[in-house]
Design a protein around this ligand. Structure first.
Ligand code: ZN
Length: 336
């Protein structure tokens, strides 16, 4: 479990022990922050039969925790851990526990029929224990009708049922969904602190979780550096259009990389320290142009996220054409 999740696990453990856990929870944060990990842990804590028996039977809560978390110095901060060996834990680990439902979408979005399955699941009585749980990962990909169907279920919580949503784009969730859930926003460390988490050196204050693949994987780092060179040459000499287009269309991280490169240039231009772009001739592009380009990339990124059947080829060609217009505007201004 990621170390930055510890405080949240402690808080949730307290709520479970005190019987004060909300019935609808939303774990949000950037991609890779650990929302799915903590959701999985919490559901297992709720379902684990041995853990439940311990907490139920013993009135002396301190001794229960001592037993469960023997080496925890501060009992009040103890993190509950599922036993991993009871029938429930084993079934849950095999994805075959009948009183838990994980909504999995094989398509790009979660449709209304999957959420109806979820509603029906909660209408039936529990098979094994008295607890029922459901997990909706990437809840932001629910269609509007799916989200509306979920609202009804969220409005009528039953005593021993828990619905847990996760998202890396809570801005794309309907506000009515968010308002009916208790949101737990995960904020991973950034900069040096994050690098230390992964035993990496460096002092890039702006590094965050979205750059992890470049930080921890040598192949990714080389590909990113090559792409950065191409983007530089494109912006300053209109070279490598086809190469950039291919990466934007085919590489999963293409758009994120482009955004990072532009942001690094903006920081560099503003005199902020950056590791990535120390020797780029950013003077030939002015601040307004960079800002315009940044906005174009953001808009394209937004379309990629929100449009279900987006034509990535067309979108990328359009983006490069728009960037070219921005670049040409400057040349005209210089000539005048
Ligand atoms: Zn167990």
């Amino acid at each position: 479990m990621k170390t930055w999740l510890l405080a949240m696990q402690q808080q949730l453990s307290r709520q479970v022990r005190d019987n004060k856990l909300p019935h609808a929870l939303l774990f949000s944060g950037v991609d890779g922050a650990g929302q799915e990990e903590i959701a999985q842990w919490l559901i297992n804590v709720l379902l684990c039969q041995r853990l439940k028996e311990h907490v139920d039977k013993t009135l002396n809560k301190a001794s229960v925790l001592e037993e469960i978390n023997a080496d925890s110095a501060q009992l009040v901060d103890a993190v509950l851990q599922p036993c991993g060996i009871c029938k429930t834990c084993k079934l849950f680990a095999n994805n075959s526990y009948p009183d838990h439902l994980t909504i999995v979408s094989d398509k790009k979005n979660i449709g209304v029929e999957l959420i109806r399955d979820l509603s029906h699941f909660f209408e039936k009585t529990a098979h094994i224990g008295d607890m029922k749980t459901a997990l909706v990962n990437q809840a932001d990909t629910m269609t509007v009708s799916a989200a509306n169907a979920l609202l009804k279920t969220l409005e009528e919580p039953t005593e021993n049922s828990f619905i847990i949503l996760t998202t890396d784009s809570s801005d794309l969730l309907l506000p009515t969904i968010i308002s009916r859930c208790h949101e737990f926003e995960i904020r991973p460390p950034v900069g040096k602190e994050l690098l230390a988490e992964f035993n990496q050196q460096g002092d890039d204050a702006f590094v965050n979780l979205s750059h992890l693949s470049e930080l921890s994987d040598a192949e990714s780092a080389v590909a990113f550096a090559a792409f950065r060179d191409m983007v530089n040459k494109y912006l300053f000499a209109h070279q490598h259009r086809a190469d950039i287009l291919a990466i934007l269309v085919e590489h999963q991280a293409g758009y994120r990389w482009l955004e990072k490169i532009i942001v690094d240039m903006m920081r560099h231009q503003s005199g902020w320290p950056t590791v990535a772009s120390n020797n780029e001739p950013t003077d030939s592009i002015n601040k307004h142009q960079l800002w315009d380009i940044y906005n174009l990339v953001q808009v394209a990124n937004g379309k990629l996220k929100t449009i279900v059947q987006v034509n990535k080829q067309f979108l990328s060609e359009q983006l490069l054409a728009d960037i070219k217009v921005v670049l040409q505007n400057n040349e005209q201004t210089v000539e005048e």
